[in-house]
Ligand binder design. Structure first.
Ligand SMILES: Cc1ncc(COP(=O)(O)O)c(C=O)c1O
Length: 410
């Protein structure tokens, strides 16, 4: 029996959807998560009964819609222990949140020769915006390396951070599952006067998150990986930092006033929410957060740690040297993302064969091409678990891999 035993039943796609008369074995939550019925219901009910513009119109229905939208912001603030909901900015996704950081804070604070430190295990969302800034104004990027067991190599961190203006890093690798020491890294950034930016896209859906305990400055993540809808992401930041940042996108909603000569900005968070925001999505997101709160993020983490241990033991036990799983073996410092090489089969072939038994995994570079290069591979197969997965899903993955061996004649 699992603590989260009745969870799967709340996800209609996992119970009702069949392909070739068989259930889905969804192991691609690192990519995007499935949605519980209550999130689907919250969004359709809002559209059916309460939909209206927010912030613009004074009739009661619009007031109700504004409150519903703001409930999404309050839910996120609770989930990450933010001091104030006003510090939560809604974006399109985590990628837009990272672009906001680089293009707003970066443009205002970085000049040619300034140093931004990243890690080799970053998703492209935390690389390309900084590289765009490097092209635009000649900042330098330094890279924290990765050890053989998939952890950050912090042996030369003082040297790398020397004179740096920004340290931007992932709280959990989407390829290796590794969870770097976030609090320690934020402190190291602050010790040299650098901004500490955290890509928490893979972390927040699976862990208790406390941005105040981290003492991070800016934190980005996405709704769609944590049971919420697509189309909405978050940037949390310390108010004094957000307050000093110039707007990223201009238009309606983000202004205080506009004249023929110019404009003044609205206070945070509206300053960063130009145009009509993702209203229905914020309602779905609030429902997703309430669902996660009821489960308890500590319980989610415990469940996934057990499942991660089971997966590592099962795959290594059944396939020995025929499987190479990247990332640390210690489940205390990793989450349930398993990138692997299987025999010398191409990851796309592996994923295609797994699909024959409805096992959904991702194959490719996982938007982490520099990490692929550091690992010396072009691609991996990646299985990733979430709160609705259990041992039977891992067994199905292992059976599917055994089937791949047969098909390819091993
Ligand atoms: C670590 C990490 N950062 C950023 C992102 C980008 O998220 P989104 O596609 O929601 O913008 C992802 C998505 O896979 C991710 O895994």
């Amino acid at each position: 029996m699992h603590l989260l035993d009745d969870v799967r039943a709340q996800f209609p796609i996992l119970t009702d959807r069949k392909i070739d008369d068989a259930r889905l074995v969804y192991l691609d939550s690192g990519n995007t998560s499935q949605k519980p019925q209550r999130v689907i219901d919250a969004m359709s009910e809002f559209m059916a009964t309460s939909y209206a513009p927010i912030n613009r119109s004074s009739y009661r229905l619009a007031g109700e819609a504004t409150e519903a939208y703001e409930r999404g912001r309050q839910a996120i603030a609770r989930l990450i222990n933010a001091p104030s909901a006003d510090e939560v900015i809604f974006t399109k996704n985590a990628t837009e949140a990272m672009n906001l950081v680089a293009m707003s804070w970066g443009r205002a604070n970085l000049a040619a020769g300034d140093v931004v430190v990243l890690t080799e295990m970053e998703h492209h969302a935390n690389i390309v915006p900084w590289q765009m800034l490097a092209q635009e104004r000649g900042i330098d990027i330094r890279w924290i390396g990765v050890t053989a067991d998939g952890q950050l190599d912090l042996s030369n961190i003082d040297e790398l951070l020397d004179g740096a203006k920004v340290l931007s890093f992932t709280a959990m690798s989407n390829v290796l599952g590794t969870m770097p020491p976030t609090k320690q890294l934020c402190a190291a950034a602050h010790a040299v006067g650098a901004l500490a930016v955290v890509d928490a896209c893979q972390f927040v859906p699976h862990n208790v998150t406390d941005v105040q305990a981290w003492d991070a400055d800016l934190v980005a993540f996405s709704s769609h990986k944590m049971c919420g809808p697509t189309g909405i992401g978050m940037l949390w930041g310390k108010m004094e930092i957000l307050d000093a940042m110039p707007p990223f996108l201009g238009g309606g909603n983000m202004i205080d006033t506009v004249t023929f000569d110019g404009f003044t900005t609205a206070p945070v968070p509206a300053k960063f929410e130009a145009g009509t925001p993702p209203i229905v999505e914020a309602v779905g997101l609030a429902a997703a957060v309430e669902f996660l709160e009821e489960l308890g993020m500590a319980n989610v983490r415990r469940h996934e740690m057990q499942l991660t241990r089971y997966a590592l033991d099962t795959l290594k036990g059944r396939f020995g040297d025929d499987i190479k799983i990247y990332g640390p073996d210690n489940v205390e410092i990793r989450g349930g993302v398993f990138s692997f090489a299987f025999r010398d089969l191409h990851p796309h072939d592996v994923s295609q064969v797994l699909d024959e038994s409805n096992v959904c995994v991702r194959a490719g570079h996982h938007c982490a091409k520099p990490l692929m290069k550091a690992l010396g591979v072009h691609a991996t197969t990646r299985a990733s678990v979430y709160l609705y997965n259990d041992e039977s899903d891992i067994d199905a993955l292992a059976d599917g891999l055994a089937g791949a061996s047969d098909i390819f004649g091993f």
